[in-house]
Ligand binder design. Sequence first.
Ligand code: ADP
Ligand code: MG
Length: 702
Amino acid sequence: MNLEVLNGLLKPKSIAVVGASATPGKIGYTVVKNLLDSGYEGPIYPINPKRDEILGLKAYPSVLDVPGPIDAAVIVIPARYVVQVAEECGKKGVKGLIVIASGFSEVGRHDLEDALVSTARRYGMRVLGPNIVGVLSNSDKCNASFAPILPLPGKASLVSQSGALLIAMDTATYTRRVGFDKLISIGNMSDVNFADMVEWLSQDENTACISLYIEGLKDGRRFIEVSRKTAKPIIALKSGVSAHGAAAAASHTGSLAGSGKVYEAAFQQAGVVHASDLNNLFDRTLALSLQPPMKGENLLIITNGGGVGVLATDAAERYGIPLRFAPEDVQAELKKHMPEFGSAKNPADLTGMAGREWYEESVEHTFGHPWVDALTVLYCETAMTDPMEIAKAIKAAVDRSGVTDKPITVSFVGGERSERAMQWLVEHGIPAYGAPDVAVNAIAALREYALTHEAGQGEFHPYADVDEAAARAIVAKVRAEGREMTEIEAKGIFKAYGLPVAQTILATTEEEAVKLAAQIGYPVVMKIVSPDILHKSDAGGVKVNVKNADEVRAAYNEILANARAYKPEADIHGVAIQEMAPRATEVILGSINDPTFGPTVMFGLGGIFVEVLKDVTFRVAPVNEAMAAQMLTDIKGAPILAGVRGEKPRDRAALAEVLSRYSQMITDLGDEIAESDANPVIVYEEGQGVKVVDARIILKTK
Ligand code: ADP
Ligand code: MG
């Protein structure tokens, strides 16, 4: 994408306000006033056919009458006139349209929105919105919005899909002490979307951290791709449990995919740090915009109070960075700056006797120690100490330690003096929070950021030994016959992708069944084959451990009778004879075609792990074997695969390959497959491989 074009929207050198008004209280008035109040230095052209002058600026009847060039047009007129204005802006050579006007797709007027975008495209203009608050930028002294003021200056930039939330956050930046350079309202995302914003902000010299409030992404795959390439931290708060998950709950995987699990996976793949709520978005943004990532596992906590120390310890455990005792030399150093009854363990308790010197010395002489990967300093306001002095001592110690590649966070618990001291710390680049667990959570954000980047998502190199044409031929046959796919056909497609399926052959007579069973070797498994019966056990359509010819004959007739009783109108192809796989650990692979992210794989352990505990993990496909291996460790039941209670570990390498091949299958055939699963897949001991004993593919309706 040409990022230059977006400069017209986000760093405009001249601005027209179409729908400018001289009437206080109108948005067209507020926008012009905000531009003036924010000290915008480029020319501002109010556009209003009925007035010569607005707020002391010369007004023009149309953008076409403006003498100089216009980078951005802020549009605040009723929706029905917007397309006409866009046409004029195109003729004028405007670069970007900031469409504050509402009344488009958000109220069902997709036609107006489409016309707006196609007009803009014809002239090479980009569109922000419609239905937005506008764009605010401290570094450009530009408040091109109807939000009250420029936010508290800082190093993060926020992109918000909700306008109301952006306005609320704007003023909250002052009370929350979290600074932003830009606040960008993205609204309906008719043209410019989150991926464009991430791409542009990643090269913006005034943005150190990209903070996102997302209700729903439009192009999920591009978002992942762009985010992954970004060298700056990205943090996102995703609201709304995805409705599509519930809607597409035709399958097990579909119903499990709701509740934001796919977004969670996508964020992880994109290297995006998660925010759990609005407060958390502020708190984590502050840390990510001021501090470097936490590259190792060791957090040292220094405190003057036991209580806050314990709270921080609990939080560390909760947020995934459990505390360890510091090595002897660190403890010996700490002991120099505390009374006899202090504790040099972790948290290091300097006790209530700690004054500025002990804080200063303990921070200065431990932060640089190679064991310490991050530091959290806690302070409870006491009668004998001045919080501002402690704040200054911490800052001086950090500076003198010379450490710049490890993060530090601070928490002061106290009254107004503590508040002022924390404000001073934030102004001097050290994130400070009113509660110890929040200071630890902020460190956890810096750890998560480092981890998602260390893990590296790795390239996916497609398996070359697959036969996509054979797979597509099976799909074509099923489509031509206008029915669901049977297990035998699904296994055919699995096999074309090199997946180890249990040998499965169709018998259409009792005699044939006996012959095939002998050929495959006893014992065998027999199953109903019907496009109208997808849950075979429910229909009494599965017999395992069939041991001889007599049993085959009996099973054959019983399966057919059961199926006919279950669904009299079912089209029955026959009975499948299968090699019987020995029992071992059962797992499930599943896939959905997510409306935002496309083909997505799921992995979980079989039985109650999936049914009751919903212990599953997702990834946007395809996944390479390294990422597949990560999926195996994601789930809570991971120790079962690693081998518990003296059992040998399961063949996780073979399983990772199967998961990776499966993810390629659903990606290659993403235009055809709506959902699929392999339930169960049987996993043997290390070196013994895995076996897919059931397969199901549901095609997209076309
Ligand atoms: P359903 O359509 O009901 O899911 P499955 O094909 O999964 O039918 O069969 C039901 C159960 O029978 C499986 O969960 C598995 O435990 C067992 N089973 C099915 N096929 C085989 C096989 N080839 N070898 C061993 N066990 C099997
Ligand atoms: Mg099954």
